[in-house]
Structures are given as C-alpha cells and as structure tokens.
Design a protein around this ligand. Structure first.
Ligand code: NAP
Length: 281
C-alpha cells in the first residue's frame, strides 16, 4: 500500500454534515478497490479562498462545492467548463496535474441522466416544459434542458422578478410567466419540474394545483428528502409518471469521481438501496 498514491477528495460546504456525497464516493472507492477517501470539508463563509487554494498542497485531487460556496468558488478557478460558466456556478473542482484548478458543474448532466435512467424514451422536445423555481438548482436544470433541445420552457418563480431576470439572461427557449398563473400554466405541458425548496423535509408542500396538467406529463422533483414529495405523491395518484431527485444527486457524482479517481462509476441497485436507506434515516 505504501507505494500506492492515496487520493483525497471531499465536499466543501457550510453546513456540510448532512451531505450524502461521502456515502456515495466511499462506496465507489471500496467497490473499485481504489486507494483514497472522500471527506467532509466544513468551510466557513469567508474561508473559501484559503480552503480552495490549499487543495493541491493537501493531496486532494479535487472536491465538490456546495451551498453557500458554489458561485464564489467559480471566481477562484484557473479555468471553468463552458456549461458551468453558463450556469453561473461550479459544483466540482479538479486539481490539474500542473496544480491549476478547473471548475465544472455536473448538476445538469446529473439531472438529464436521472430522467433517462428512469424513462429511457424521454426527450427534451416532447412538448412544453414548466419549471418552478429560479434558484441555483433551477439554473442547472434550465441550461441542461435547453442544451438537450427543449423548445419551450415556461419558468415560474414565487419572486417574479427573479424568473424574469433569469429568462432574460438565458434567452430562448426560456420564457418567464407570473407565479400567479402557475396552476393554469401546466396546460399541455409534456413535463413539470419542481426546483423550489417546497416539499423538502421541514418545508410545506408546494402550493400547486395539478388540474390542468396532462395525465401523461412527466413530473420531476429534484428534492430527494423525502424521496416522494407531496407533489410527486399527488402526481403519482393521478397517474402521471414521476422522477425524484436522488438520481440527479447520484449521477452528478459520476463524472466528478472519474475526474478525481480515473474510473467512471456505476449506479448499481445495491448503491441506490444504500442511498435510499440513508435518505429515509
Ligand atoms: P435556492 O437557490 O435557495 O432556491 C430556492 C427556490 O425555492 C427559489 O426559486 C425560491 O423562490 C423557491 N422558494 C422558496 N420558498 C418558497 C415558497 N414558500 N414558495 C415557492 N417557492 C419558494 O435553492 P437551490 O439550491 O436552487 O435548491 C432548491 C432545491 O433543490 C432544494 O430543495 C435542494 O435540496 C434541491 N437540490 C437537489 C439537487 C439534487 O442533486 N437532486 C441538487 C441541488 C438542489 P424565491 O426566488 O421566490 O425565493
């Protein structure tokens, strides 16, 4: 073992103790018999620059970046992937062989992969898509859906100005609609996406009436605690196909693991089970 390089990676955030990423990456390290570890990196606001600059010296191949550091970290990179630049935030740092830092954002990749995993025939241009929420996660979802060929995305956010600003920034196919019309904006959509925090454990359910939603529309909620949000339960009860947020979380981790440890890992039924158990705990 002594001559084999020990590779470190981790997740920087504040707070970060709730992160499921160590479970995921350490499972893969064990499965592929790699010599390394993935650790929690609690980095207080204000200490991000020191923490990121220290990665290479500490023997880290890189790290994930989560709230509240995703936007600020992008400015500390030596290079940034085009997708991350478009999203406006990074979620992964890769320490390059020359010590420089490369930032990527794999949330959009993870999101699309999760849809295809659950519904292999899904395609982005099947019809209009309604996206609720205009926060950080929405940016990744919107950019990924647009890149995947979506033709018509209706963006609705509780704070209307944020939806208007984001739609103006991203341009076609994203158009903003007022939050007040959200119940009726679901008419003739092929897909509904919740990227708000409503329905997450500890938060009230999303205030949304599904009466105009076609019964064959795919309903996607990127929340994964709980695995079935009130929105997904309601959609399932009326016959809509659904996808929860766990697949997005697991799939965004795959390209990061490959960049740090050199193996593109698989999501096996055993891993999914372990993640579901951890979410339910
Ligand atoms: P964020 O940047 O704080 O955005 C929160 C969004 O929720 C905003 O659009 C906000 O609207 C909306 N919101 C908050 N309270 C609301 C209310 N009472 N009614 C309606 N809308 C409300 O958070 P984020 O990083 O985008 O994360 C959003 C959710 O996505 C979280 O639940 C997070 O766990 C989940 N997520 C999942 C994954 C995954 O891998 N599955 C990845 C990232 C995030 P305003 O603009 O009006 O405040």
């Amino acid at each position: 073992m002594a001559d084999k390089k020990f590779v470190l990676a981790g997740v920087m955030g504040w707070p970060v103790g709730h992160s499921r990423s160590p479970l995921l990456h350490n499972h893969w390290l064990k499965k592929y018999k790699l010599n390394g570890a993935y650790v929690l990196l609690p980095v207080q606001p204000g200490r991000l620059t020191d923490a990121v600059r220290g990665l290479g010296a500490l023997g880290f191949a890189g790290c994930n970046v989560t709230l509240p550091h995703k936007v600020e970290a992008m400015a500390l990179m030596d290079s940034v992937a085009p997708m991350a630049r478009k999203i406006g935030a990074i979620n992964t740092v890769v320490v390059q062989p020359d010590g420089s830092l490369h930032g990527t954002n794999n949330d959009g990749f993870g999101y699309i992969a999760s849809l295809l995993e659950a519904h292999p025939a899904w395609h982005a241009d099947a019809g209009p898509i309604a996206v609720l929420g205009a926060g950080g996660a929405a940016r990744a979802v919107l950019v990924a859906l647009a890149e995947r060929g979506a033709k018509d995305i209706r963006l609705l956010n509780r704070t209307d100005t944020k939806a208007l600003e984001l739609a103006a920034e991203l341009g076609a196919p994203v158009t903003a609609l007022p939050w007040d019309v959200r119940h009726d904006a679901l008419a003739n959509v092929a897909m509904l996406v919740n990227t708000t925090s409503q329905g997450m454990h500890g938060n009230p359910a999303l205030d949304l009436d599904l009466h105009t939603l076609p019964r064959d529309a795919l309903v996607s909620d990127i929340i994964y605690v709980p695995l079935e949000t009130p929105l997904l339960a309601q959609a399932r009860a009326r016959g809509n196909p659904t996808v929860n947020g766990l697949g997005m979380l697991m799939n965004q981790a795959r390209p990061a693991f490959e960049a740090w440890f050199g193996v593109m890992p698989d999501i096996t039924p055993e891993l999914r089970q372990a993640m579901e158990t951890s979410v339910r705990a």
